[in-house]
Design a protein around this ligand. Structure first.
Ligand SMILES: [Zn+2]
Ligand SMILES: [Zn+2]
Length: 524
């Protein structure tokens, strides 16, 4: 059965929302591009116009809080009449959720179509087919849920972690051996090369070393995480707390207030695993005692806030440079180096007072420069050249855009009235040409809007002068608030450590232009 285009007296394309969802199920990971192409083909075939794409990445069909609500709201708001999906299963796999969502769409006269399954919901047969397809989707969800539970039970009985994945300090022998192709007993064996490292890790912690320096130490040895990344303090804490090296497994507790869920959780109990322990039971108990003691110590007094908080970047790795304290004076250091050590970045250390002094010097210079710059010729609206030109150009492009839209409609109406006038493919070719032209104009219009909205240095003069005049009466937080409006970022560069630090201040008006130029370069 071919999907019939609905009789539309005006020959206009029916506005539809393209809804794309990528499932987390391995069995049906269909790329968003493929789904999009299928829906576009369907739209072409059935005379629809996709007015909006709603894309849901990495969600399961059984979850209610998906972006599909956005698509449904668009139907209710009259933006489109239909929702198109690659397959009906994209719309949802829970019987209850599908029924509710479908009712909402149909209540306002909307409709749901599948790009690859022939089921026209305007006919009784089509509705029946669609119902069957939804039932199949829900059945598959049930079945996979059961398989999951079975796998979980099996793993727990075998004293394996609920999730099979590599663990630091161990070699993971999977159930399926990719080399021999044989099934084997899944197990974790101590990695002889890492055993001493793990022992040393706990020993150092018990001697008073914190997680941060431990991460730095591991990275300096060239030991990576099981995913090949650098160690950070969060990762090391999670690994050491897990007790895996003490031969234990974490089991999620049934009384967790969040119920069954994914991700990390503090509601767990530890049970003996099937794998051999690296550290002794005694070390593990000492570790837990010390962890509790450290956690109970009040954190260091709050770090000082500064005028340039949130603006500083490490000039070396262009990551954030965050506030820290050295000899009780605030300063900025590379956050990447702090987290990962030498392996992360060579780093930078800049005294807070020096950076703020540079910022004040810069403010004075900017005020002087803007004031003395030859004023740009203004148009009758009082705007300067660049932006005025963009505005005029945009008006022209918009008029052109409207003309093409009108031609498209005329063409469609004419083709519907006099089909003989258009031999095979002629209508499509004419339409495609117009559509391509229209889309190009749309892109041009959005680029011009950006130029119009681009800030100019002189727009900021009052703010620069204001903060200079009022500097002494403003609080640190207020100065910070104003500087954030003026400065895009402050790059701190320290070629030699210890050694002088160069402070480069990039104002927001320059940063906006830089991004814009990058955009044009990418388009060319
Ligand atoms: Zn939980
Ligand atoms: Zn850095």
């Amino acid at each position: 059965m071919e999907v019939q285009p609905p009789a539309d007296t005006f020959g206009e394309l029916i506005p539809a929302i393209g809804y794309i969802r990528v499932s987390t199920w391995k069995e049906e990971k269909i790329s968003p591009e493929l789904q999009r192409t299928s829906i576009e083909d369907w739209a072409k075939r059935t005379r629809r116009r996709i007015v909006q794409w709603v894309i849901d990445l990495d969600a399961t069909g059984t979850n209610f809080h998906r972006k599909i609500m956005k698509a449904i709201a668009a139907i209710e708001g009259g933006i489109a009449k239909e929702i198109a999906v690659w397959k009906f299963s994209r719309f949802g796999r829970s019987r209850h959720g599908v029924a509710i969502n479908l009712t909402r769409v149909e209540k306002v006269g909307g409709q749901l179509y599948s790009a690859t399954e022939d089921a026209d919901p305007r006919t009784a047969t089509g509705r029946f087919t669609r119902g069957v397809l939804f039932e199949v989707a829900a059945f598959e969800a049930d079945r996979i849920g059961e398989q999951w539970k079975e796998a979980h039970d099996y793993r727990r009985n075998a004293q394996l972690p609920a999730m099979g994945k590599p663990r630091f300090g161990y070699i993971w022998h999977k159930r399926y051996d990719p080399e021999t192709g044989a099934l084997q007993q899944e197990r974790y064996e101590i990695d002889p090369e890492l055993r001493d490292v793990v022992v040393e890790l706990y020993a150092r912690y018990l001697n008073g070393t914190g997680f941060k320096p431990l991460a730095v130490w591991l990275n300096s040895l060239g030991c990576t995480t099981t995913r090949g990344g650098l160690w950070g303090q969060g990762g090391i804490r999670y690994y050491m707390d897990s007790g895996f090296a003490a031969g234990l497994l974490r089991v999620h507790r049934e009384d967790c207030p969040r119920g069954k869920h994914q991700g990390q959780c503090s509601y767990y109990r530890l049970v003996p695993g099937a794998h051999e322990a690296i550290i002794s039971d005694e070390t593990w108990k000492e570790y837990q005692t010390r962890r509790k003691a450290v956690a109970a110590t009040p954190p260091r007094s709050r770090l000082p806030s500064t005028e340039v908080t949130g603006l500083t970047r490490c000039g070396q790795c262009s990551g954030a440079a965050t506030v820290a304290r050295s000899r009780n004076k605030p300063g900025f250091r590379c956050a990447r180096r702090t987290e990962y050590g030498d392996a992360g970045c060579v780093g930078v250390w800049a005294r807070g007072a020096d950076v703020v002094a540079e910022v004040r010097k810069w403010l004075r210079r900017v005020a002087h420069e803007i004031d003395n710059a030859p004023s740009t010729p203004l148009d009758s609206n009082g705007r300067n050249d660049d932006r005025a030109r963009a505005a005029r150009e945009r008006a022209r492009a918009q008029a052109e855009h409207a003309k093409i839209e009108a031609s498209l409609t005329r063409l469609a109406v004419d083709a519907a009235k006099n089909p003989d006038k258009y031999p095979q493919g002629v209508f499509e070719a004419a339409r495609d040409e117009l559509v391509a032209e229209r889309d190009q104009l749309s892109e041009r219009i959005s680029a011009l809007v950006e130029v119009e909205e681009m800030p100019e240095a002189e727009d900021y003069l009052p703010l620069v002068v204001g903060v200079l005049d009022e500097w002494e009466t403003l609080t640190v937080a207020e100065r910070n608030l104003i500087l954030r409006k003026l400065i895009g970022r402050i790059a701190l560069q320290q070629p030699k450590r210890p050694g002088p630090v160069t402070v480069e201040i990039i104002p927001v008006w320059k940063e906006a232009r830089k991004l814009d130029q990058g955009r044009y370069a990418a388009m060319a």
